[in-house]
Design a binder for this molecule. Structure first.
Ligand SMILES: Cc1cc2nc3c(=O)[nH]c(=O)nc-3n(C[C@H](O)[C@H](O)[C@H](O)COP(=O)(O)OP(=O)(O)OC[C@H]3O[C@@H](n4cnc5c(N)ncnc54)[C@H](O)[C@@H]3O)c2cc1C
Length: 495
């Protein structure tokens, strides 16, 4: 049923979509603008691979439960390779805080709540080497897709070919035809622009998260153990004017991210400077055990990425596909704020959905409608939840800048939302079933927030609400300097 397929982009979504389709017997050709990973291990890939096509390549990634369980289910052969390359498994039992351990009993579904800890370079290198061994997948590296051909038929506009520029071959131009075309070219996809230039309108929703995202990589010094998860302050948090987090990697490598609102000019300037980035980290109790001078040394400077936006593209409007035999997966279809670590899980799920849709019908229109429907049902709630979190983050950051207390509510509705949030945080801190539900949502094992519909969870959170906000709000207190103290700290730093 699935025939010849052309995929644009050998990123995470492109390769996983290729693997899913190859299993169904499709002949898959991937076009990738970048060169392949260098020979050698993932460490060499991290430091040496020219990966301009994926600007986020060197930013740290969390690989959530959804991604891990999809890989386990559909590509179990890959997992051993990830572990052999240094990736570590962080199971649900590993993240249960010691004070909840007495309540913890393994429950069905806990086995899906695990994360992979490693750098993206490790995932991509292993995935690439594996994909290269699959007989019916061909990867053309250093080959840019520079345009798309369409033709009008009785049932609508079909994609009929890709325009290519082969960098290996003195920039030779050619066209490639297949039965199905898949855009997995990521956050900088140009397909909508190319379609629009041909009069094919693709609707797009775009919301700026109004943040900048900075990373610095480190390695633990010889003989220094990784700080214990539960013996120290949490290594990730939200100070209102700044979010931070540690991403443990392999072999003593780890990264720290700092994320600040666009409007925080002084902070934005400071985090661009490696030594100021370090000094900011060392002022936060949860980061100190990682970045103290005698614990770790930086392996990169601090570097940032902008254009943090939530983007959703609609390829079907009023039940009419804008274009046929064409499907966008991963970031080129739905992009969420990297802070939530959802992109790779979404990309892999999307590729899986597409492979099932293509296997279910040979008719171009039916395929387009089914894919749009399943994208809306399965990816839509993840996108919507991310957008809501972005909007809340923007509001909170503005309030902190204006010196307003988070606790202040200007209406009964807002008061209820805050009281509910406090009660939920307190309940998750003290009750394993609420903590587990929250982790299911974080790991995308359920539609975001579904655990709140469970009677047991609802009853508990309600009981906590009755305790009153004062007591519950303790659970949300973040250890770290307030904004004024941090700004003074920055002012006192040598530039
Ligand atoms: C700073 C940052 C941090 C992130 N952190 C996380 C995280 O913690 N966890 C998580 O799950 N997700 C995270 N994400 C999101 C994640 O990186 C993406 O969702 C994911 O990579 C999307 O996969 P993709 O295959 O759609 O796109 P990509 O992985 O970006 O791959 C696109 C590919 O297409 C190629 N390409 C582009 N244009 C062309 C062309 N014209 N011709 C040929 N090839 C082309 C590119 O070279 C690239 O290989 C983060 C994103 C950012 C920006």
């Amino acid at each position: 049923m699935v025939q010849s397929v052309a995929i644009v982009g050998a990123g995470i979504a492109g390769m996983c979509t290729a693997l899913a389709l190859a299993k169904q017997g499709a002949k898959v050709t991937i076009f990738e603008r970048d060169i392949p990973p260098p020979s050698g291990n993932a460490n060499e890939a991290f430091f040496a691979w020219q990966r301009r096509g994926a600007a986020q390549f060197r930013h740290p990634h969390a690989f959530l439960g959804l991604m891990c369980s999809l890989l386990e289910q559909h590509h179990p052969e890959l997992l051993e390779d990830f572990f052999a390359a240094g990736a570590r498994k962080m199971a649900f039992a590993d993240i249960v805080p010691p004070h909840l351990m007495a309540q913890y009993r393994h429950e069905p579904g806990d086995e899906n709540l695990w994360m992979l800890l490693c750098r993206r370079a490790t995932i991509e290198t292993v995935l690439r080497r594996h994909t290269e061994t699959v007989g019916n997948i061909a990867i053309h590296n250093a080959t840019y897709v520079t345009g798309v051909n369409t033709e009008m038929r009785t049932d609508g506009n079909h994609v009929s070919g890709l325009q290519l520029t082969d960098r290996h071959n003195q920039n030779a131009q050619s066209t490639f035809s297949a039965d199905v075309y898949i855009d997995a070219s990521g956050r900088a996809s140009k397909f909508c622009r190319w379609f629009n230039e041909q009069g094919i309108d693709i609707q797009e929703r775009r919301d700026d998260a109004e943040i900048v995202y900075y990373t610095r990589h480190y390695r633990l010094k010889e003989g220094v153990e990784e700080p214990a998860r539960h013996e120290n302050e949490p290594a990730a948090g939200d100070l209102g004017y700044m979010k931070y987090g540690v991403f443990p990697g392999e072999g003593g490598h780890f990264a720290v991210i700092i994320c600040v609102p666009n409007a925080e000019k002084e902070l934005r300037t400071a985090i661009k400077n490696g030594s100021q980035f370090d000094a900011i980290c060392r002022s936060i109790p949860g980061l100190t055990p990682w970045v103290a001078q005698d614990c770790a040394e930086a392996t990169t400077d601090s570097f940032g990425i902008g254009d943090i936006q939530a983007v959703w593209r609609n390829f079907v409007q009023d039940d009419k596909p804008a274009v046929l035999d064409f499907f966008a997966v991963g970031d080129s279809s739905a992009r969420t704020n990297p802070l939530y670590g959802r992109g790779c899980s979404v990309g892999i799920l999307h590729g899986q959905i597409l492979s099932e849709v293509l296997a279910s019908s040979g008719d171009s229109t039916t395929r387009a409608l089914r894919f749009a429907q399943r994208t809306k049902e399965q990816i839509g709630p993840i996108f919507d939840a991310s957008l809501t979190e972005d909007k809340n983050g923007i509001k909170r950051a503005r309030a902190v800048m204006l010196g307003k207390e988070r606790n202040q509510a200007s209406s009964a509705k807002k008061w209820f939302t805050l009281a509910f949030g406090d009660a939920l945080a307190a309940a998750a801190n003290e009750k394993i079933h609420v903590f587990r539900g929250m982790m299911r949502t974080v790991n995308l094992i359920e539609k975001p927030g579904d655990f709140l519909k469970e009677k047991h969870v609802k009853r508990t959170v309600l009981r906590y609400m009755l305790r009153g906000r004062k007591r519950n709000s303790q659970a949300r207190v973040q250890r770290g300097p307030d904004r004024d103290t941090m700004l003074k700290h920055i002012e006192s730093m040598p530039s």
